[in-house]
Unconditional design. Structure first.
Length: 266
């Protein structure tokens, strides 16, 4: 009934589990006949019916597609016709030339009586720093040409402000300073004078003007104003019958223009 110990069985037990540690998938010896197979029966390999295409076949297919695309005729692009220019509208016969806007520059502002000199309207007050610096720069540029300059300080005489407003046609409002007139024509302010000086045009404008006298005026010391002889700078006179009254010979500051170096009023 039992086999002797020394004899070995020719039946081979196959492992059904993928794990190397587990020997059997059953818990009893009843399944042993099912697990035992004949060693002589060869296992039949499974034949795959699907065949993968080779690499060379895919390369040949790609080359043939590229050849077919390269030999395909290309259709020429249709050129779009150029758009026709729109006709310009003809001017209406009822519209006159005077009704059209004037694109020409404004006429120059003349200064009668100053054809042979340079007239500068400026201020010597330091209330507005930018204005004071512009006035100083313009006066320094013009003095470098050594020509006759009529400097009119608005802070010394308010009549200069009224005079400048009449020349520019401004009855009211503020007037920017400085303002320069050369040869009887208005040139501009600080920016225009600086630009003309940089490009060399200012020198051409002052050519032919009389030269400035050397030295400083001995009467006014270069200020172009002196004290009034009648009121002695107080701008008030005492009359026995009516008392004090304003002096009519001088301005509001009690000053009169220097008779030696100041030009006549325009």
């Amino acid at each position: 009934m039992w086999r002797p110990r020394g004899t070995k069985s020719t039946v081979r037990i196959h492992r059904t589990s993928s794990s190397p540690t587990s020997l059997f998938s059953c818990s009893s010896f009843k399944d042993i006949p099912e697990l035992c197979t004949n060693e002589d029966e060869p296992s039949q390999p499974t034949v795959s019916t699907h065949k993968k295409p080779s690499v060379f076949h895919r390369v040949r297919l790609a080359n043939s597609l590229l050849r077919a695309w390269s030999t395909r005729p290309t259709e020429p692009l249709e050129s779009k016709p150029a758009p026709e220019p729109e006709p310009e509208p003809e001017p209406s016969p009822n519209v006159s030339i005077s009704d059209q806007p004037d694109t020409q520059s404004e006429p120059p502002i003349p200064l009668p009586g100053a054809e042979k000199r340079v007239v500068v309207y400026f201020t010597s007050l330091r209330v507005v720093r930018r204005t004071f610096e512009d006035c100083t720069a313009v006066r320094s540029i013009l003095r470098g040409f050594r020509v006759s300059i009529d400097e009119r300080d608005l802070s010394m005489d308010s009549a200069f402000l009224t005079e400048l407003q009449q020349i520019l046609g401004q009855s009211q409002g503020k007037v920017t300073l400085p303002r320069v007139f050369i040869g009887g024509r208005y040139v501009g302010g600080a920016e225009e004078i600086k630009q003309l000086h940089e490009i060399g045009e200012l020198k051409k404008l002052v050519e032919g003007l009389p030269p400035a006298e050397p030295g400083v005026c001995e009467v006014c010391g270069g200020y172009r104003f002196i004290l009034c002889d009648e009121c002695h700078g107080s701008h008030k006179l005492f009359v026995e019958k009516s008392g004090f009254k304003s002096c009519t010979a001088c301005n509001e500051n009690g000053l009169i223009r220097c008779p030696s170096c100041s030009s006549a009023p325009l």
